[in-house]
Design a protein around this ligand. Structure first.
Ligand SMILES: *[C@@H]1O[C@H](CO)[C@@H](O)[C@H](O)[C@H]1NC(C)=O
Ligand SMILES: *[C@@H]1O[C@H](CO)[C@@H](O)[C@H](O)[C@H]1NC(C)=O
Ligand SMILES: *[C@@H]1O[C@H](CO)[C@@H](O)[C@H](O)[C@H]1NC(C)=O
Ligand SMILES: *[C@@H]1O[C@H](CO)[C@@H](O)[C@H](O)[C@H]1NC(C)=O
Length: 411
């Protein structure tokens, strides 16, 4: 084969582009580790550690109730109701018991290689104002979880999921619900951007200087901001570029080698995912940038309500390159989910195909991270990976999606 100069330079460029399997394997003994790494796998297969650091009542019902939070729907309001000291005590117990070493071990054993860890900015306690209500004392538990990730060889993405002032209205996942129309999200101000930037700088430092964080390879600057209007534009212009620059500046200050730098993740630009506009628009560069697609077919009202239509759409999905599908589930439209055709009891075989079709499609991109690992007080396993494995819906080997997928029969 004769390569022209152009073709040759293209090959060189491709070789330099980051792929998951270009990352180095951790040495057996964990020594002389110099690179943020993934095990030698070609695709991200993972779960979110949802409700660990930001509890959402709807899938942690028993824990929430036991904490004395029944009747509240966000951390802020329960902390306020319990009082800070009492809240710190009950949260400590939650952090200590929700995700344990056994969970990380099991995650590894069932063929998963990645966790995404949603955290709130309040983990950096000096950034919290005196008139704000968030639990205190979470950080040692994050240190411990990433330590287990290191021990078992699990790649980790730390995700700023709850931003200062809340980035989205009426969402439990922000830690503080603002009701739309009454009290819009307050994140979109320079003061709150600055608090988030300080959080990201601090986390970057921690990842690079605390030995427990060696398998943390990606930092997501913000989960699910508002989708449109002036604030989405303002955020793209005045927050995203600074987030990128300040993370890299923190790394430069620490003299982090190029190969050891973090990937910096933003919600995916366009298409069938997040509608906050193109995050690249004002970025100084896209080197080390990565993108997060959230793909819940249950919220896609273009899908006709049949099993075949769900599978067909799942098989068609293509989320693009430099993208992980950071949130997805086995849910279907809420008007359908309890019908005889779709109810989870008795439809395990179909849901197994639905899992495989989605996972296979997402593996055309850089892989997938299911929402979420575990639930309690909820029987329905469509949002709960661990329970779905126990129910025999998701296979005990996460690497088998392509083999189980019905797509070749549908497309
Ligand atoms: C690191 O993680 C381990 C768990 O693997 C934990 O026991 C230890 O306390 C953590 N170290 C620090 C400094 O937080
Ligand atoms: C934009 O964000 C600010 C601060 O977060 C908020 O006060 C304002 O109401 C928002 N504007 C719109 C149009 O949502
Ligand atoms: C994916 O990322 C690599 C490495 O940063 C870059 O060279 C490539 O252009 C990116 N591809 C797309 C489609 O963004
Ligand atoms: C759910 O299905 C109903 C009835 O078919 C439809 O009206 C609604 O738009 C769907 N919602 C979503 C989010 O797909």
């Amino acid at each position: 084969m004769i390569l022209t100069k152009v073709a040759l330079s293209m090959l060189v460029a491709m070789a330099q582009a980051w792929t998951l399997d270009s990352r180095e394997l951790i040495p057996e003994d964990g020594s002389s580790l110099t690179k943020r790494w993934l095990p030698k796998v070609s695709k991200v297969r993972g779960v979110n550690l949802g409700s660990q650091f930001i509890i959402e009542e709807w899938f942690a019902k028993d824990s929430w109730k036991n904490m004395g939070c029944y009747g509240w729907y966000d951390e802020w309001n329960c902390v306020k109701a319990l009082g800070q000291a009492k809240a710190d005590e009950v949260w400590k117990n939650h952090w200590n018991t929700w995700i344990t070493e056994a969970d990380i071990k099991q995650i590894k054993e069932i063929g998963l290689n990645t966790v995404r860890i949603p955290v709130g900015f309040w983990m950096r306690e000096s950034l919290v104002y005196a008139n704000e209500y968030y639990p205190r004392g979470g950080l040692p538990y994050l240190d411990r979880i990433v330590g287990w990730c290191k021990k078992y060889g699990v790649y980790a993405i730390i995700d700023l999921h709850g931003a200062p002032g809340s980035q989205s209205p009426n969402e439990e996942f922000t830690g503080h619900i603002y009701y739309q129309g009454v009290n819009p999200p307050q994140f979109y101000t320079s003061a709150n951007y600055e608090r988030a930037l300080k959080f990201l700088e601090w986390m970057t430092n921690r990842i690079h200087t605390n030995g427990n964080y060696t398998t943390v390879g990606m930092l997501q600057v913000l989960n699910e901001p508002v989708r449109g209007g002036v604030n989405a534009t303002d955020m793209r212009k005045n927050f995203y570029p600074k987030a990128y620059e300040r993370i890299q500046a923190a790394e430069a200050k620490l003299n982090i080698a190029k190969a050891d730098r973090l990937h910096i993740q933003f919600m995916k630009p366009q298409g069938t995912s997040w509608g906050s506009g193109d995050p690249r628009e004002f970025l100084p560069s896209t080197e080390m940038a990565f993108f997060d697609a959230h793909r819940y077919l249950s919220f896609d009202n273009r899908i006709e309500g049949t099993k075949k239509a769900y599978i067909t759409q799942a098989c068609k999905d293509n989320m693009g390159t430099n993208v992980t599908v950071g949130e997805w589930s086995l849910s279907v439209n809420s008007t359908l989910k309890n019908t005889p055709e779709f109810k989870y009891q008795g439809q395990e075989t179909w849901y197994r195909a639905y899992w495989a079709a989605q996972a296979e499609s997402f593996e055309r991109s850089n892989g997938w991270i299911f929402w979420t690992w575990k639930c309690d007080g909820v029987e329905d396993w469509r949002w709960c990976y661990k329970q779905a494995v126990e129910a025999g819906v998701i296979p005990k080997d996460a690497g088998t999606a392509a083999a189980l997928s019905p797509c070749s029969r549908y497309t």
